[in-house]
Design a protein around this ligand. Structure first.
Ligand code: AOF
Ligand code: ZN
Length: 365
């Protein structure tokens, strides 16, 4: 029989939170389980920005049974009046005896004050149960709420020799069906999806989320300094919003035509190329807290060089492509010395059919 302890209930709360990944916008995912006399009496998850917090939903379910109960929450209960009243006040009002928290809310308006308020009210509070999982679950929120910048996950499919196309430019398909399904789940979990104009010209991708179940489409972002994207490109269809990032130099007539197609055109920087750092803060300000970067190689390289990539997910297919000059996943100058190569930390590997996804975080960030 499973030993019922704090970790057991916190795992349940984390599972509830994780199920809502991708649907809370720039808000964190949060789960809550209320336990009284060895029985679960309430469960809840934050499902949408602007709607109920996890604790409130779980306490609503628990009703009078919340009195003297233990509440397991994956994120420190909030202490501020945001779109909803503070969860702390509600936990105190209901007479909850003990609150177990997985991780502190890094939001500067909370950041420990929720825990203090509960303790001041005489509630027993424990912090740090399954903390690593909780922090990982909200890694995008944790960056965005402190910096205002989106968390960028660079995803690419590539051959074992690092190619994303053959020497003729042929690229469909590199990885198998399982990997491609995983990528659609990743799209659902990000607020934005970003590609370079070269990828739009080469592949004409739609960049929507296509899963066997209903899912959300991220906002599509094209980095296009010369406004080369064709007006009939599929990325401009009505399936999801599209933002074209360009420069002050770009042609205004073409910008107008893109706007007529429903796209937003943002000018970031006066130089030859889009100022990616400026673009990231504009996107953050626009409520895009997480971006899935899907290349190609030149944009991947530029984002890496600018230090704007937070996480890499490299889907390796068991193939060698060869071909001198065949496009590689990372086209940038790169360092002179091997010791200066970009090193990843916290590296993990997961199999998807015959492919392997290597996930890691750039050491510099
Ligand atoms: C909680 N429980 O379920 C969530 C919390 O705009 P609001 O009112 O939804 O507040 C959003 C902020 O509240 C968010 O930035 C984060 O600090 C916290 N989210 N807190 O106690 C929840 N979703
Ligand atoms: Zn709250």
């Amino acid at each position: 029989m499973e030993l019922l302890n704090d970790e057991f209930y916190m795992q349940l709360a984390l599972n509830l939170a994780g199920g809502a990944s991708g649907q809370t916008g720039v808000n964190p995912v949060v789960g809550c389980v209320v336990v009284k006399d060895g029985r679960i009496v309430g469960m809840g998850a934050h499902l949408k920005r602007g709607e109920g917090h996890a604790e409130v939903l779980a306490l609503n379910m628990a009703g009078e049974q919340a009195k003297g109960a233990t509440a397991y929450v994956t994120l420190e209960p909030c202490s501020h009046h945001g779109k909803t009243p503070p969860c702390c006040d509600r936990l105190i009002f209901e007479g909850v005896a003990r609150v177990v928290v997985a991780s502190i809310d890094p939001n500067p308006v909370v950041a420990g004050s929720g825990i203090r308020r509960l303790r001041d009210a005489g509630i027993q509070v424990e912090v740090g149960v399954l903390e690593a999982q909780a922090v990982q679950l909200n890694e995008a929120f944790n960056k965005f709420i402190v910096t205002g910048l989106p968390f960028v996950t660079l995803k690419t499919a590539l051959s074992l020799d690092g190619r994303i196309a053959t020497r003729t430019g042929h690229s469909r398909w590199i990885t198998g069906a399982e990997s491609r399904e995983a990528v659609h789940t990743l799209r659902h979990r990000h607020n934005g999806i970003m590609v370079g104009a070269g990828t739009v010209l080469a592949d004409d991708p739609e960049l929507t989320t296509r899963l066997g179940v209903p899912a959300l489409h991220p906002t599509r972002i094209i980095v296009d300094s010369k406004l080369r994207v064709p007006l009939e490109a599929r990325i401009l269809n009505e399936a999801a919003p599209t933002i074209v990032l360009t420069t002050e130099q770009a042609n205004e007539d073409k910008a107008g035509l893109l706007r007529e197609k429903g796209a937003e055109v943002w000018r970031c920087g006066t130089g030859e190329r889009v100022d990616l750092t400026q673009a990231m803060s504009k996107l953050g300000g626009h409520g895009i807290g997480s971006i899935l970067l899907e290349g190609g190689g030149v944009l991947n390289g530029a984002m890496l060089e600018a230090g704007l990539v937070d996480k890499l997910m490299l889907f390796y297919a068991p193939i060698l492509v060869g071909g001198t000059g065949a496009p590689s996943a990372f086209e940038y100058t790169g360092p002179e010395e091997m010791s200066a190569a970009l090193r990843l930390k916290r590296v993990t590997m997961q199999a998807f059919g015959d492919d392997w996804c290597v996930t890691g975080y750039p050491e510099v960030n």
